[in-house]
Design a protein around this ligand. Structure first.
Ligand SMILES: Cc1cn([C@H]2C[C@H](O)[C@@H](COP(=O)(O)OP(=O)(O)O[C@H]3O[C@H](C)C(=O)[C@H](O)[C@H]3O)O2)c(=O)[nH]c1=O
Length: 329
């Protein structure tokens, strides 16, 4: 009989790819979906019918302890991805980030404790490290809460550790670096640039061109999650998912310009949504630990990943709310 696992945030960007990947690996997935978006189940509505047959939808709210507990009944393995993820909006509404990211994670941990869940993966982020104090950033790098978003992820990350130490809950904290690929929301850098270029915009407006990121293709990220869940050696650990390569935002934009419209040029915007001290200037992750504990390694180079992403946006990105004039930094 197929094992059923729970994915929270299953209709989000990484969550939907993870759900499909887990189905391909022979699991049934209980997909915890925000009740408010239940009738338009996001990307999960667009996937193959055969895959959908292996998915059981559960409409709830991660902030509701009873709903989370009910969703987790009978489940041995939980991938907790539900979160508010946009950094700029966290400046305006930090309390909603506390509720969803910290309280939501606490609800999952409490339910796992009550139900004796065998395996819990809590999704943290490279943002917990803030601007690199040394590179590559390993899992022992100090935390710096440079935005309310990252502060709430640090809170959730530490709560997860505390449940491992206090109650021996079999938790692993997963810290993916910047994931990109098909279906990513337009508020992130790569979809923003691609959608502008595809719409024929010739002046690509960006914030600061210098910050660097370690960009992980979404298929590598979801393989990383699964590899971590499969290995007993990862219990109680914090684990980066990173390529150990970095690229500046200026270089990234140039690469996309070359792929889509070499006539276009970058215009640096003075107006910023991220205060200077809040901007994370350098993220380059170490991936030794995940390699050592699970054998995972990245399979997608940036060139191939960007080509695939651009291809998806050309084909399917249209009509899905992407706007050429969107600009967020
Ligand atoms: C959207 C946009 C971004 N930027 C700059 C701001 C950053 O220096 C960089 C990357 O921004 P992006 O929003 O794509 O990603 P991060 O701010 O690194 O955060 C993302 O990756 C981490 C891991 C998470 O944990 C966050 O949830 C996720 O949102 O490009 C611009 O200059 N212009 C733009 O239009």
């Amino acid at each position: 009989m197929k094992k059923t696992v729970l994915v929270t945030g299953a209709d989000g960007f990484i969550g939907s790819h993870l759900t499909e990947y887990l189905v391909a690996q022979g699991y049934k997935v209980r997909a915890f979906v925000y009740y408010n978006s239940f009738n338009s189940r996001g990307w999960l509505d667009t996937i193959d019918e055969k895959v959908k047959a292996e998915i059981e939808f559960f409409a709830g709210d991660i902030r509701d302890p009873n709903g989370v507990r009910t969703a987790m009944e009978g489940i041995e393995e939980v991938y907790h991805l539900a979160a508010l993820i946009a950094i700029p909006y966290s400046y305006h509404s930090p309390d909603s980030y506390v509720d969803t990211n910290i309280k939501g994670t606490l609800n999952v941990l409490q339910a796992a404790r009550q139900l004796n869940t065998q395996r819990v993966l809590v999704t943290s982020t490279s943002e917990v490290y803030g601007t690199a104090q040394y590179v590559p950033i390993d899992e022992k790098h100090p935390f710096q809460g440079q935005s309310p978003y990252s502060a709430t992820k640090i809170g959730a990350d530490r709560l997860a550790e505390s449940f491992y130490r206090s109650f021996d809950l079999p938790v692993t904290i997963v810290r993916p670096f910047n994931t990109y690929g098909p279906r990513q929301s337009a508020r992130a850098i790569i979809p923003t640039i691609i959608s502008q270029l595809l719409a024929g915009v010739e002046e690509i407006r960006l914030g600061d061109l210098r910050p660097t990121r370690d960009l992980v293709y979404v298929q590598d990220t979801v393989r990383g999650f699964h590899a971590i869940a499969k290995s007993a050696k990862t219990i109680g650990e914090e684990i980066n998912i990173a390529t150990q390569q970095e690229i500046s935002m200026g270089e990234l934009a140039q690469q996309l310009i070359q792929l889509i419209n070499p006539q276009a040029r970058i215009v640096q915007e003075q107006e910023r949504l991220r205060p200077e001290k809040s901007e994370v200037f350098r993220l380059l992750g170490a991936n030794e630990k995940i390699k050592q504990l699970t054998g995972w390694q990245p399979e997608w180079g940036l060139e191939k990943g960007l080509e695939e992403t651009v291809g998806w946006f050309r084909e399917k990105g249209k009509g899905s709310g992407y706007r050429a004039d969107q600009f967020v930094v």
